[in-house]
Every structure is written in C-alpha cells, then in structure tokens.
Design a protein around this ligand. Structure first.
Ligand code: 0RA
Length: 653
C-alpha cells in the first residue's frame, strides 16, 4: 500500500486523532477502490509499460469525446508538458460541480474518485467510456502522482488537486467564467509505470483517428517537451469523416474509383458507417471500430460487412451481366485484394471479447451491419454504376492469382511439418519437439549461419541461414511471393502455412529471432522479413513470438577482461576515463566476424542476450510504416526517412 493511501485509510478508519477530516464509510470504499487500482493497474489499463501509460491519455480524451458524441463539445486540446505531465482540455459541458448529497462531496469529486462513476450520471446515448478504455477518469487519477482538475461552468471556474487519487484541496471556485469545459492535467506516477516516455507518434495516431471518426471535432496535439524544437502543434479536423480516413489510408496509391464509396444507416439503436475504396495493391486493410474503439481482432460487425459486400457485388455484377451465367460467384477472398475499408459502428452495451478484448461479440450486430451494407451498396452502385466493373475485374484477377497461389502453396505445405523430408535442407533443427521451448534463428548469410550453428544450444535452438533476395511482399501477390525461395524456406520451417489455411497452432517454434547485421543491408533485410510476418503471418507478432536479436557492435578488451558494447553510447560510457593505450576495441562489421563462442555469449545465450520483442501497438501506424518503407511512392519514403533517420536505426514497430 502506498503511504498516502495508508495514511488516508488510517484516518478513514478513525485510527488517528483527526476527526475533523470527516471520513466516513463511503470514503473507505473510495480509498479501497483507489487502492485496488494501484495494486493491479494491469486490470484497468492493460499493463504498467508504455501501453498502459498511453492508455491514461486515451481515457481522459475519451471522456472529452463522449461530450462530443453527446453533441456538447467540438474541441479537444492535448498538451504534452516538459515536466512529463499531460493536459487534456475540452469545451464540453464541464463536469458537474454541485454538492452531491448522497456522497457528501462535489459531483466532480465523485467522478474523479469513484470507479465507474461516469455511468451513474447516465449520460445516455453511446459512450466511448463504458467500452474498452471505459475504466473511468478515476483510474487515471489513482495512477497519477498528481492531477489538477479545472472546470468552467455555471459562470465560474473551479479547481481541485489530487495526489495519487486523494483530494488534497477542496473543489474551489477560483474565478468567473462564461465558458464551459473541463481541463485535466496529470503526471503519471513513476511508482506505477516502468516507462514515463510518451510516444508522440502513437498519441498523434489516436488523435487523428478520433478526428476522422468524429467529423467536425477539432483535436489539437501540442508537444512542448523538446526545448530545442519548441512546441510542435498538430491540428486534426476532418469534415469528411471516415471517407477522409479511407482517402488518407490510400494516399499515394492508385485507386479504382474516387471518392470512396460511403454507406450509412441505423437500426435498433445501432448506427453503422462504412467507407471503402480499392487500390492497386494486393493487400486488404480493414479498420473497424465499435464506439470509437479500434476492434483489432474484428468481430460481428466485420463479418456482417464481408457477407454483405460479397453478396451485393455478385448480385449487381450478374444484373449488369459483368458476371455471366456460366461464371462462378466471386468469393469473399476474391474481393479482399486491394480493399481499404473503415467500418465504424455505435451501439449500446458493446461486448468486447478475445485475447486483447478488441473483438466485438454482440451477435445481433452481424445481421444489422449485413442488411445496412447490402442495401447501401445497392443504392451506391445504382448511383455510380461505373465503379462496379473495376471492382469485379480486379476480383476476377485476384481469383485467378489465388488459384495459382493454391498450387504454389501445396508445394510448400505438402505433407506433415514433422516429416523431416519436408523441412528445408538448410535448416539445422533442434532436438526438442516442444514448440513452447523451441527457438528459431533466421540468420542473414551463410557465414553467420555457420557460426550460429556451431554456437547454439542444439537442444532447443534451430538455425535457418538465409541467402538470396527476399521478395518485397508489399509489391507482389501471394502466388509470386510463394515462388520466392527465401519465403518458401521460412514458411516450411515455421510449419503453419501462409494465406488461406494458415494455422498458427502448427507453429514449430514459439520464439523466432531475426538476426541480421547492424548495417544498412541488415536493416533492409530485417524490414523485408518484418513485412512478410506483418502482412502474411500477423498472429505470430500478435502472440508475441517474433523477436529481433541484438548482436553487439563492439568487443572491448581491457587487459584480460572482455566486454561487449551494443551501441556507440555504451562504448563511449564504457571507455571514458580508461587508458586508450591499454584498451583494444574491435568493431564488428557483420555477424560473420564473430566466432561461434562469441555469438552464443553475446546474442544467443538466454541468460545474457538482449532481445527486442516485435510489437504492434498501433495497427494503423504500423500499416503506414510498412506502406511507406516498402511501397511504390518514393516521396513519402524519403520524407519518412528524413524525419525519422535517428529512430530508423532501431526500428521498433
Ligand atoms: C458527468 C456528467 C456530465 C459530464 C461529465 C461527467 C464530463 C466528464 C468529463 C471528463 C472530461 N471531460 C468531461 N466532460 C464532462 C454531464 C454534465 C451535464 O449534464 O451538464
């Protein structure tokens, strides 16, 4: 128990001679609630790392967006302060300030200290809070070293300060104001979080997304943390809503028609919005939201959309005689290629299921979305019949390519993966057959592969040396991808297939390491491999099986002592103050320069190695990153590399 809460609990229990504090049974409940949040933050915000930290900002912003959804707010301003605190200001109604008889304190204090108090106020309609993030702003308060609340309403401005969730001032009237709104400024508690570093890219991604999903609302993001660069302000405002979102996702790509097709409707208090457009890539991108929460794992709204799209295109294509009587129907898979779609639905009592609680489970939603999208597609295709043929032509080509891919895949997947004959010849497998303890090192180059083979623990570590060109899967179709030797070798070694029939339960190694040189070529190879995994085997990343090995850059010998440094900074720190005549520094130009013992010691030994887990925190950001790094358009890539040159060296999607 943290000491503040300890003290407060003691006072609440009457253990100290401070009856004037006036604590009662309800306060004990409040303190117990705050204590529960501080004890198990993960239950409320996901984790105590970067994800949880960013969650705090989302939670406060979501509360402001609820005001926008209710029609009372059109502006949200987020500021990242140099002291590490974040403020979120909105021009909504302002949290009610009046005294709450039942609670014996102001309504605002109830909202800030009682778990899920937001719901008690019955704000009606759809709320973001109440969904995934919807743990309530009181959770942010409990997990903040301090939080300052400012409210403008009823002609006044009110302020209150909290420390680790406990009010340290009353809600005081500090001035007059004719405006309305709420400002929350908080400093995350470093006793709770393992990192205090917010990523501007991740936060901006969510702010942009919210601006697309709430047309008309202006969201600003003002990053004041860098002294040299000064305030970096971004403003997000899109009157076009999810149509603009699809245009944004397809920017720099050729599209089959313009503007995106847009469908909207509502039924049984569920509202549905869909915008879609086909582009010239081979990848399908579905971004689906339920009550503004990104449902990464899909769900009933996505299934409803898929069946409706397939049915509507087939029906219309037959009516227009683009599909002849003898032609087979287009399948859902045929219609995926090059599809970019944003689905946004709003519903009462959303059920979030799945591993990360981002799969919409409400059963009735499938039929509702299906009928709205089917009817909407028909209307849209009657209004703009010229968009039908390009869609159908593309789907027919996709079908032919999928046929070819099926044949290629059969060659790759033939037989049981346990049959040694079906494993790639270059694979030096391990002796264990328990995937949960098996590791696969995918190693660039034969010489490094040779060192790794000799250095490994063959009990549980397998080595797959790669040689030859890795295809850029961003620019090719699955049939072509599968004809690439490197891709086939990897798919065979992993054992779970690719594309249709992909089955992660057959994965033969639960830890997969990408091991490439620490130079530009190595970075390129790593990016190509990451793209392959991200686009075609995303569950391997989602389930946390993919890692990037971190070989050292330098070997430093000081007399008899040998040390390794993994960055230039580490080398500088390590050698500073030491006598340069005595020290011998070797810079590794490639993995191949390490002997087997050194490679084991520095990069493969589970006791010593440094590894980076590949995580996708923001699907849209990752999509953008891969699209930019591997796509056709040169200009955005140059821009990206210029802006991110420092970070690219250590790419952590
Ligand atoms: C409870 C009731 C009402 C608004 C809010 C809470 C509210 C909470 C937050 C958190 C951040 N910004 C916020 N804005 C409003 C309804 C107020 C009314 O009926 O006037």
């Amino acid at each position: 128990m943290s000491s503040d809460i300890n003290d407060a609990m003691a006072r609440a229990n009457g253990e100290t001679a401070s009856p004037s504090a006036g604590y009662g049974a309800k306060d004990i409940q409040v303190l117990e609630g705050l204590e529960a949040v501080r004890k198990r933050p993960g239950m409320y915000i996901g984790d105590q790392g970067a994800r949880g930290l960013h969650h705090l900002v989302y939670e406060v912003v979501d509360n402001a967006i609820d005001e926008a959804l209710a029609g009372f707010c059109d502006r949200v301003d987020v500021v990242m302060h140099p002291d590490g605190s974040v403020s979120v200001h909105d021009n909504g109604r302002g949290i009610p300030t009046e005294f709450h008889e039942g609670a014996g304190k102001s309504a605002a204090e109830v909202v800030m200290t009682v778990l899920h108090a937001g719901g008690k106020f019955d704000k009606g309609a759809y709320q973001v809070s109440g969904g995934l993030h919807g743990v309530g702003v009181s959770v942010v308060n409990a997990l903040s070293e301090w939080l300052e609340l400012r409210i403008k309403r009823d002609g006044g401005e009110f302020a209150q300060r909290y420390e680790r969730g406990i009010p340290v001032t009353g809600l005081e009237r500090v001035g007059d104001s004719q405006e309305r709104g709420t400002s929350v400024r908080f400093l995350a508690d470093d006793e709770i979080f393992s990192t205090m570093e917010y990523s501007a890219d991740i936060l901006k991604g969510r702010m942009r997304e919210l601006a697309f999903l709430n047309p008309g609302v202006t969201i600003t993001f003002d990053d004041r943390r860098s002294e040299e660069e000064g305030p970096q302000v971004k403003t997000y405002h899109y009157d076009g809503g999810i149509r603009s979102f699809v245009e944004y996702l397809n920017r720099g790509k050729e599209t089959a028609f313009k503007p995106p097709l847009y469908i909207q409707g509502s039924k049984e208090s569920t509202s549905v919005e869909v915008a879609l457009q086909y582009n010239d890539t081979y990848i399908e991108r579905v971004f689906a939201f339920a009550n503004l929460i990104n449902t990464v794992e899909g769900g009933t709204h996505v299934s409803g959309f898929r069946t409706a799209l397939t049915r509507a295109i087939n029906d219309e294509a037959r009516r227009a005689k683009i599909l002849k009587e003898k032609d087979a129907n287009l399948s859902g898979d045929d219609l995926k290629e090059g599809l970019t779609v944003v689905i946004s639905i709003k519903l009462m009592e959303p059920q979030f299921e799945g591993q990360t609680k981002t799969k919409l489970g409400n059963g009735d939603v499938k039929g509702i979305v299906d009928s709205i999208v089917y009817d909407g597609m028909k209307v849209a295709l009657e209004e703009t019949p010229e968009i039908l043929k390009p869609i159908v032509d593309k789907a027919i080509k996709a079908r032919q390519a999928r046929e070819a891919a099926r044949k290629a895949r059969e060659l790759v997947q033939r037989g049981s993966p346990l049959n040694k004959l079906d494993l790639p010849g270059k694979l030096a497998d391990c002796s264990s057959r328990d995937p949960s303890e098996c590791e696969l090192y995918i190693v660039e180059g034969d010489s490094a592969g040779g060192s790794a083979k000799q250095g490994r623990d063959r009990g549980f570590q397998a080595i797959l040396p790669l040689r030859g060109k890795i295809l850029n899967v961003e620019k090719a179709r699955l049939d072509k991808i599968l004809s690439n030797d490197v891709v086939r070798t990897i798919v065979q070694a992993l054992g779970c297939g690719i594309g249709d029939g992909y089955d992660i339960s057959r994965l033969r190694y639960h830890k997969i390491f990408l091991m490439a040189d620490a130079d530009i070529d190595g970075a390129h190879i790593r990016t190509l491999l990451l793209t392959l995994f991200y686009r075609y085997m995303p569950q391997i990343i989602e389930n946390g099986h993919l890692f990037v090995a971190q070989p050292p850059l330098y070997r430093v010998q000081d007399g008899k002592n040998v040390s390794y440094c993994y960055s230039d900074k580490e080398l500088k720190d390590f050698t500073s103050g030491k006598d340069p005549k005595r020290i011998h520094i070797q810079r590794y130009k490639g993995l191949g320069e390490m002997n087997p013992g050194q490679l084991w010691e520095t990069t493969m030994d589970p006791e010593n190695r440094i590894i980076l887990k590949v995580q996708v925190d923001d699907a849209i950001l990752a999509d953008e990153l891969f699209g930019i790094l591997m796509g056709d358009a040169v200009e955005p890539r140059r821009e990206f590399i210029e802006n991110h040159a420092r970070e690219v060296r250590n790419l952590d999607i």
